[in-house]
Design a protein around this ligand. Structure first.
Ligand code: BES
Ligand code: MN
Ligand code: ZN
Length: 492
């Protein structure tokens, strides 16, 4: 997608024109102008088509008298003080544009009055939704190819009234970067596990570092063993694919400013190990690196935006397989923190790779650390596919993340990690068991992680329900890249 912002008057547009109409056929400024030059034909048409301006609906009108545009697409914007209506309208519009294969469109920005909405927000939404809508999966290994990240080659001119400022362009570009970050996350998630291995994730992150000029180092199994990461290595020991701890350092901020550390669960395939999963939909466990994909996608976005902030991205990448060398239920391992774990279920592997990464993060003295993981099926039971689960040991951080989720409409819902739950993790043979029974499964998983994230403000996002969709439209969603980018935009 090729974006630009200009401020031409709508009646002078000769190519494809898109204007909005609010509920009850209340026209935006641009629609009013078109109606005026067409001597009321636009409104008459809308009326006879019974088009009310409902969000998500649109109609194409051609041959409007006095209007030069080859066609006018009128999109319903719904209420003009509701940002969800706006998001839905823009998503629908880009979907329609994608189907029509229209190569050059002119979109007029409506005057929205929703709380918390400003021009910056609208620009970011339009360009991120547009970039995202043009995503096309292909079996390709060069996922960093700029063209594929940007989507189809379509020219989108966003039009506003009055002067276009540098700030308008900057916000528009930010949305484009966020959309590209989502597209990268989607590509990594959608690639099959025979291609997207821990080593592949490491290579992609290194390439991204080369392109956008930040250092990336990857620790192999021998180095992790030296650090005492017995929990992480217990997951990969049954696989022929070696584990990787990816460590990328983006330094956009001041030299001695503490970094925000993002930690991604990167299980490139989760069979469950010896506690083998049932075969139904097991293919979807290729998405078990969705947390990793989202933090790598966010890294792409913030480095393209050149955000003035220090961010470290850690990815704990491993494949969870059964084999003669695999971990057995009942095995006890020692973590980098010194705590021991009784592995009662080898399918609760996400927390095992994350706990060592969270201890490793201590060295970086984080201002805050956020881990992102497709951690528990229980989280899908509680929050479905709408909100990601948020868990935190710090109210201020939790509030900032919730807020970023609402602003970007990539929402989270906070759940407790009260001490009362912790005894579900008691073990007779180690400091902790890696499972806590059926009750409150996503909470006990988060309580487990909290035992290792004691040295800094920490939050955990359980994205098991939000990272991908199943069924006919099966595919990665690119969430929570918008949330993480919004959070980092606020913090920078
Ligand atoms: N990756 C899964 C969680 C998951 C399951 C995500 C289904 C999305 C869809 C995780 O590694 C896992 O297997 N968790 C177990 C934990 C249990 C053994 C305590 C689960 O949720 O069943
Ligand atoms: Mn598992
Ligand atoms: Zn898993």
């Amino acid at each position: 997608m090729d974006f630009s912002i200009t401020s031409k008057s709508p009646e002078t547009i000769t190519s494809y024109l898109i204007v909005g109409v609010f509920a009850d056929r209340k026209p935006t400024h641009a629609a009013k102008l078109i109606d005026k030059v067409s001597k009321g034909t636009l409104q008459r048409n809308l009326k006879s088509l019974n088009f009310s301006g409902e969000s998500g609906k649109s109609v194409e009108i051609t041959n409007l008298p006095g209007v030069k545009a080859k066609a006018v697409l009128v999109i319903g914007l719904g209420s003009n003080n509701c940002k969800i209506d706006f998001i839905r309208s823009i998503q629908n519009m880009f979907k329609r544009m994608r189907e029509s294969k229209e190569s050059s469109i002119n979109l007029y920005l409506p005057e929205l009055k929703a709380p918390g909405v400003n021009r910056a927000w609208m620009w970011r939404q339009i360009s991120s939704i547009g970039t995202n809508a043009d995503y096309q999966y292909q079996l390709r290994k060069n996922v960093l190819d700029g063209k594929s990240l940007s989507g189809a080659t379509r020219r989108v001119s966003a039009q506003i009234e009055g002067k276009v400022t540098d700030l308008d362009r900057a916000h528009f570009k930010q949305g484009h970067a966020i959309g590209k970050g989502m597209n990268l996350a989607k590509d990594l998630g959608n690639l099959p596990a025979n291609i997207c291995t821990p080593t592949f994730l490491a290579d992609i992150t290194k390439k991204l570092g080369k392109l956008n000029k930040f250092p990336v180092k990857c620790l192999g199994e021998a180095e992790m063993k030296k650090l005492g990461m017995g929990a992480l290595l217990s997951v990969s020991q049954g696989s022929d694919q070696p584990a990787q701890l990816i460590h990328a350092t983006y330094s956009g901020g001041k030299k001695n400013e503490k970094p925000i550390v993002l930690v991604g669960k990167g299980i490139t395939f989760d069979t469950g190990g010896i506690s083998l999963k049932s075969s139904g939909e097991m293919d979807e466990m290729k998405y078990d690196m969705g947390g990793a994909a989202s933090v790598i996608g966010t890294l792409l976005a913030i480095s393209e935006m050149k955000l003035p902030i220090n961010v470290v991205v850690l990815v704990a990448a491993a494949e969870n397989m059964p084999s003669g060398a695999a971990t057995r239920p009942g095995d006890v391992v020692e973590t980098m923190s010194g705590k021991t774990i009784e592995i009662l279920n080898t399918d609760a592997e996400g927390r095992l790779v994350l706990c060592d990464a969270l201890t490793y993060a201590e060295k970086l003295k984080p201002a805050a650390a956020i881990d992102v993981a497709t951690l528990t099926g229980a989280c899908i039971v509680s929050l479905g596919k709408v909100a990601s689960g948020l868990f935190s040991n710090n109210d201020e951080l939790a509030e900032q993340i919730s807020h970023a989720g609402t602003v970007s409409w990539d929402r989270v819902w906070r759940m407790p990690i009260w001490k009362d739950y912790k005894n579900q993790l008691d073990s007779n043979f180690a400091d902790l068991a890696n499972i806590g029974g059926r009750a409150a499964g996503s909470i006990t998983a988060a309580c487990f992680l909290a035992e290792f994230a004691t040295a800094y403000p920490w939050a955990h996002l359980d994205i098991a329900g939000t990272a991908w969709v199943s069924g006919k439209n099966k595919g990665s969603t690119g969430r929570p890249v918008p949330l993480l980018c919004e959070f980092l935009l606020h913090r920078s």
